[in-house]
Design a protein around this ligand. Structure first.
Ligand code: S3P
Length: 433
């Protein structure tokens, strides 16, 4: 991030009540932005994410020849390039966004010319070999430095592959599918754990044909995309902070309208139910294949139980694990996380930062290579939190601070804007003190 670091003071709360309207889902916004750039015609999007990350995707779309116009709050139009992405003179700035860089690698691989993708210090530390490898098998020419950005794409003709992802990653799956869309032949991606399927649904929405069964998805190359009109569902991973905050205080309840309920993203709701929360889902609807609904959560009357999150569940909940760990001390039986090694290579090492910040608040916590044990029945006190410039760490500890004694200072609070600029303001609105 290029901004100055800011701090945010969080005071304890007594309850969470009211309703929140979430900005558009970050994952879906990325995909609509990038596919709109490739499509023919003008895509009109409402409730587009307000987070900086999807705006990095829009910025790249524009630099590649699409015309991006902000037409209102959350409203964006993207006039597509009808399949011809042109190398800009300047490097493509992906900011803090791993999704932008990895998905663009696949989208750009068959386009003529040289594309250089860069990002901020955090993004430059993140592993990119995971996209270079399958794309190279398709014939792509991608150069990294020590496995990291800058990621340089030299456009080549691509051939289809049948690829099994070695780690569960929707970004890797997407990079291969976006390349497969423009390759010769039928590309198949197989995954041991089904990751979020927004790319599959978005490709269909833009008119591509694509099929799938339980653990694989395949797409024929040479298909063209056509612009869409869409409203982006509310972001469930942003809602996660408010859902977890609600769980902290018996008697609390919160309503979320137009929330994305895609089954590959909604495991959090099951975990919260397992912890004792009561959930009502109303007005279920489908938009371009994405489920949307109104969710009301009531906190458990006699406190939260506990949970173990491992295996496929850990992969599906990867973005929600920091906040689940952060509320762990307030559960009865604790939160145990395993098989989540990927947390170490997100915007920060999220296992290390969750552990050190919980300890700063006086909690006992055990750190593992692939997870954490956060015992329940603990009392936390306010502390200074180091977000490490990671949006999800900043927001997770703002939630933990609500039930601590005394004040908590979140350092690097501006990072929340990566996915959720309205976070602190909305939290203030629904927290009763
Ligand atoms: C995302 C996939 C996940 C997730 C990230 C968004 C996506 O990353 O952590 O915030 O939109 O596809 P991985 O694919 O690296 O697991």
């Amino acid at each position: 991030m290029h901004e100055v670091s800011t701090e945010q003071l969080i005071l304890p709360a007594r309850a969470i009540r009211g309703s929140v309207q979430l900005p558009g889902d970050k994952s879906i916004s990325h995909r609509y932005a990038l596919l709109a750039a490739l499509a023919e015609g003008t895509t009109r999007l409402t409730n587009f994410s307000t987070g900086a990350d999807p705006w990095s995707s829009l910025g790249c779309a524009e630099a590649l020849g699409a015309t991006v116009t902000r037409t209102g709050v959350g409203a964006v139009e993207v006039a597509g390039t009808a399949g011809v992405l042109t190398p800009p003179v300047e490097p493509l700035d992906c900011g803090n966004s791993g999704s932008t860089m990895r998905m663009l690698a696949g989208l750009l691989a068959p386009h003529a010319g040289r594309f250089t993708l860069t990002g901020d210090a955090s993004l430059t530390r993140r592993p990119m070999e995971r996209v270079r490898k399958p794309l190279a098998l398709m014939g792509a020419e991608i150069t990294l430095t020590g496995g990291h950005a800058p990621l340089i794409v030299d456009g080549r003709t691509l051939s289809a592959i049948d690829y099994t992802t070695p780690i569960p990653s929707a970004q890797v799956k997407t990079a291969v599918l976006f390349a497969g869309l423009q390759a010769q032949g039928r590309t198949t991606v197989r995954e041991a754990v089904r990751t979020r399927d927004h790319s599959e649904l978005a490709l269909r929405a833009f008119g591509a044909e694509l099929d799938r069964d339980r653990d694989s998805v395949w797409i024929d190359g040479g298909q063209k995309l056509t612009a869409i009109e869409a409203t982006v569902p509310g972001d469930l991973s942003s809602a996660a902070f408010f859902l977890c905050a609600t769980m902290l205080f018996p008697g609390s309840s919160l309503v979320f309208d137009d929330l994305g309920m895609n089954p590959t993203r909604a495991s959090l709701l099951d975990v919260l139910t397992g912890l004792g929360g009561r959930m009502q889902v109303l007005n279920l609807d489908e938009k371009h294949g994405e489920l949307v609904g109104t969710v009301q959560l009531h906190a458990p009357e006699d406190g939260m139980r506990g949970a173990t999150i491992s295996g496929a569940l850990a992969a599906q909940l990867i973005d929600e694990l920091p906040v689940l760990a952060a509320i762990g001390p307030y559960t009865a039986q604790g939160i145990r996380i395993r098989d989540a090694k990927e947390l170490r290579v997100k915007e920060s090492d999220r296992i290390a930062l969750v552990a050190s910040n919980l300890r700063a608040m006086g909690a006992e916590v055990e750190e593992f290579e692939d997870g954490l044990d956060v015992p329940g029945g603990q009392h936390l006190h306010g502390a200074e939190i180091d977000s490490g410039g990671d949006h999800r760490i900043a927001m997770a500890f703002a939630v933990a601070a609500l039930r601590a004694s005394g004040e908590t200072l979140i350092r690097g609070a501006e990072s929340a804007a990566i996915s959720f600029p309205e976070f602190f303001e909305l939290l203030d609105k629904v927290a009763e003190r």
